[in-house]
Design a protein around this ligand. Sequence first.
Ligand SMILES: NC(=O)C1=CN([C@@H]2O[C@H](COP(=O)(O)OP(=O)(O)OC[C@H]3O[C@@H](n4cnc5c(N)ncnc54)[C@H](OP(=O)(O)O)[C@@H]3O)[C@@H](O)[C@H]2O)C=CC1
Ligand SMILES: O=C(O)CCC(=O)C(=O)O
Ligand SMILES: [Mg+2]
Length: 408
Amino acid sequence: MEEVIRKEGDALIVPDNPVIPFIEGDGTGPDIWAAAVRVFDAAVEKAYGGRRKIQWKEVLAGEKSFKKTGEWLPLETEEQFRHYLVGIKGPLTTPVGGGFRSLNVALRQRLDLYVCLRPVAYVPGIPSPVKRPEDVDMVVFRENTEDVYAGLELESGTADAAKLINFLKETYGWEIRPDSGMGIKPISVTGTERLVRAAINYAIKNNRKSVTLVHKGNIMKYTEGAFRSWGYDLAKREFGDRIVTWDDCGGDVPEGKILVKDAIADAFLQQILTRAAEFDVVATMNLNGDYMSDALAAQIGGIGIAPGANINYESGYAIFEATHGTAPKYAGKDMVNPSSVILSGRMMFEYMGWQEAADMVFRGLKGAIAAKTVTYDFARLMNDARKVSTSGFGEAIISHMTDQPADA
Ligand SMILES: NC(=O)C1=CN([C@@H]2O[C@H](COP(=O)(O)OP(=O)(O)OC[C@H]3O[C@@H](n4cnc5c(N)ncnc54)[C@H](OP(=O)(O)O)[C@@H]3O)[C@@H](O)[C@H]2O)C=CC1
Ligand SMILES: O=C(O)CCC(=O)C(=O)O
Ligand SMILES: [Mg+2]
């Protein structure tokens, strides 16, 4: 019988043999998925001795879907993610400068997965370009449904672009070059409040020290600046007894309180390199969050190991996915690092309440890295590594799954 994960009130009800839909992904997606699914199944088997098992169900999107169905993102795929509540996906190609819009963004928008959750923490043994990668332990909450990612754009030279440019001149007196392409950046109270609320709730639940609102509000006053103001207002209104702001305490945070502060995005990007330990949970808008998550990933070894999740905390819908893209030059070479999808699976197990399986995945991964068995991206920065393939790294993770606690 088909077992389906469902949400009842605040609780996620997870059967022992849940159906979990997956998208293999384009480019390196199939290589990574083949390694990752073996790791997931091994972790569940070792953690629960056969009592639990995932029933994987492939759903189509991207190039594979287009070849089979003529559609890039069939409605059925979206419906399957809704039906089964929790899913996982590989990266999907988005053409640059034209063609169809991002399927990744479309899925997030259609399921209203408003949080893009990207934890960035160092795993010992991984080569890093910074002196103190262990100082990086941040959790990025990136707003996932609006900002310039809303896809509201008009192409330069079109009648529609000309119409908008004329309207803006007539209505506001704005002078915009007639050969401009136009894009809209919506940032709403609704989008901001639910994102910041999720970030603060996460900080409380996980005993984190601070939540930093990152914005470019000095320049984009009514979008990014408003995000900052609405974020502070929400924090004070809904979490007044749990948080303090910099103005309240001058940085001297009372025991048990979470500091809510803000940083302008350009300064933030240099401070995460110079003073990484001062940042913890970070809440920001879509484009900033996209840039920041890759930049932060670089500090802990690169996007090959940076996981992520797209979540709606009210409906419970969640799609787990890597931070990186399709890395097309390595497609089919069984070469890239599968850690990002594998650690996204670890996040998925945690979300499902399968902590033992999550710990098993992490233990295996830490063991493989400690043994210096790594893929090309890490091997090229290490002197004494044993370079293995995508599938070889998956096998190494499985062979290092032990019964020792994750942080032993
Ligand atoms: N969520 C999604 O599905 C995403 C999709 N994309 C899409 O992916 C496509 C390619 O984007 P691109 O900008 O090249 O970014 P990618 O993230 O695909 O690749 C950029 C570089 O990052 C490194 N990298 C990526 N993945 C891995 C991995 N698993 N292991 C090791 N290193 C890795 C490689 O670096 P090196 O060359 O140094 O080895 C690679 O050349 C685009 O169509 C883009 O839109 C992009 C991001 C997210
Ligand atoms: O959708 C895409 O192609 C890119 C998205 C992206 O870079 C991200 O979400 O991190
Ligand atoms: Mg990105």
